[in-house]
Design a protein around this ligand. Sequence first.
Ligand code: 8YV
Length: 311
Amino acid sequence: MAQEIMQVSPLPPFMMNALQEADYIVHDHTHIKDPGALSKVTALVGTGAAKVDKKLLSMLPNVKLIVICGVGYDGVDVVAAKERGIVVTHTPGVLTDDVADLAMSLLLSIGRRIPQADKFVRNGDWVDDEFALTHKVSGSRLGIVGMGRIGRAIAKRASAFDMPISYTGREAKTDVPYAFYKTATELAAAVDYLVVAVPGGDNTSNLIGASVLQALGNKGYLINIARGSVVNQSVLVQALKDKAIAGAALDVFWDEPIIDPELRRLPNVVLTPHIASATVETRQAMAALALANLQAFYEKRALPTPVPECQ
Ligand code: 8YV
């Protein structure tokens, strides 16, 4: 019998196709309202952008699984899910390289002003002007907020650029050779580039605020490939306007895809549309892992990648 599942965010076509090929009946939560139909749904599927709160869960009496196609699941109320005996899965590991690659790309882009240089050439400005000198990236100091899988992959890449690496996190790790700072503010004061690589959610909301940006200073750059919620939006925009920091390169935003017009107008930013995991190879691997979790659940096998709280 075909299983009835519900998508809780738009799904990429190859995820949708894979679900349909595997014979799942996929409902869309923006269309299904009838309680009889809702009670047939046994699993929810969404991307990292999915919002699954207590209210939504209360409409779905028979849901037993939430499958997130993404490593971040901060939109899911895991506590409420666990109270109901619902297991949450995500897709760690398969996107680490892509996210770290984008973090380095953003770091180089903001440091060497690549988008601005590209615009300079396209606009014909080169004919009677010289592009302003930037600063050397190799050998500059990198601070990573969050030394998890992605933080480590960024550190590995930055090591090849001879960047001294330090980090902050809940605790010092015994298996990395990098300097540990207890707070993001102390870390920011010691580096040229500060990369945010922590999960979103209540524990990290507004972690990067005024004191961190002040410590980073007018020669420091902020890079965020984690979640917009980790950085205090208005404080960052003000710091960029005042040139209290040198610049920011952001792949994630507070209310994406709606971007603060003030931020869009600033010259000292590089902005990308949440593309850290957006390669064909990685999105396919994420979809395959999400599907593997779903299939394991219905076949009553151990789930490949439950979130840590559900292990
Ligand atoms: C995507 C992400 O936004 O994995 C995450 O946490 O933010 C991204 O990979 C996403 O979930 C796309 O499906």
